[in-house]
Write a new protein. Sequence first.
Length: 74
Amino acid sequence: MNEANQAAMPYGRSSGTEDSVGCHVHYREAVDCLMYLMTATCPHIAFSMSPAAQAMDQPTETKRIDVERILKYL
């Protein structure tokens, strides 16, 4: 993420696959942190966080890319 480009919008169309992400722990940690930010300081990311939170039990590569995009936006 150190070399990531900024994103203009927190939500966009991802071009990833629907394969399951190997490590669910990192995805859950990222979504949990973003949920905290959403409720405490950044309510404008709620729309883009909804699909990411719904995929916490079986995240896909597409959802992982979406979470990265939200992080780039912030």
